[in-house]
Design a protein around this ligand. Structure first.
Ligand code: DGL
Length: 247
């Protein structure tokens, strides 16, 4: 099976990492729209337009499935992509919600959703969780984490003060949905900030669980061919991939 993975930039490589670890695909075609990142501060029309342009790129490959690793795209533009695509399109929001529901049984648990401004504004995670009777949900746009991760600051002063800025007034969460591609890279720091007793829901792991449930992966691929494309500076994307994915 060949899969396309789309993200606004390099962050979706965190999803690729999970896909590679689980040996699900023969080939992964990754496209990061590095020329126009970040998507998380843009409006729905713009994100949808960019996403449909990216879809045209993926039509050049014989993929069986497209994963939108970007939470912002998944929150804003998944329906439009599904309508326009000649192959299946799967976002990361629904898998994230299912993963949360599988992890947190207590409907009164304190759940925190973090993501870009766009993802939080869309309430894409919040609404289904409220419909499923989760009663104690808060959501926080933590956009500063995106450039911090891009700078490679996975720990230290800058990240600590950003976490303090966003989290200082919050009640201790029982679970956090990491609703952004970049956040798994600071998972450890976030977990430490909350003294290690908060469950973290990671898009990469959530999507693997979702795919294994919905598609037939009885055949595992010892070697996955990974093709990396970017709308600007693909060398930089490849360098990040080398570091993050241990290539
Ligand atoms: N990929 C985006 C997301 O997961 C984060 C970066 C951006 O704002 O484009 O929402």
């Amino acid at each position: 099976m060949k899969v396309g993975v789309f993200d606004s930039g390099v962050g979706g490589l965190t999803v690729v990492k999970s896909l590679l670890e689980h040996k699900l695909f023969e080939e992964i075609i990754y496209f990061g729209d590095t020329a126009r990142v970040p998507y998380g501060i843009k409006d729905k029309n713009t994100v949808t337009r960019y996403s449909l342009e990216a879809l045209e790129f993926f039509k050049n490959f014989e993929i069986d499935l497209l994963i939108t690793a970007c939470n912002t795209v998944s929150a804003y533009s998944l329906n439009e992509l599904k309508e326009a695509a000649p192959f299946d399109v799967v976002g990361v929001v629904e898998p994230g919600i299912l993963a949360l529901e599988n992890t947190v049984e207590d409907k009164n648990a304190n759940i925190l959703i973090i993501g870009t401004k766009a993802t939080i504004k869309s309430r894409a995670y919040e609404k289904p969780l409220i419909s499923n009777q989760y009663s104690n949900i808060s959501a926080c746009a933590t956009g500063l984490f995106v450039p911090i991760v891009e700078e490679g600051l996975y720990e230290g002063e800058v990240l600590e003060s950003a976490m303090h800025h966003y989290f200082k007034d919050l009640e201790h969460p029982d679970a956090i949905i990491l609703g952004c591609t970049h956040f798994p890279l600071i998972e450890k720091a976030i977990s430490n900030y909350f003294q290690g007793n908060t469950q973290l829901i990671h898009s990469g792991e959530a999507i693997v669980e979702y795919l294994e449930h919905h598609y037939d992966f009885s055949k595992k691929f010892e070697k996955t061919e990974l093709k990396l494309f970017a709308s600007e500076n693909p060398e930089a994307l490849r360098a990040v991939a080398k570091k993050w994915l241990d290539l």
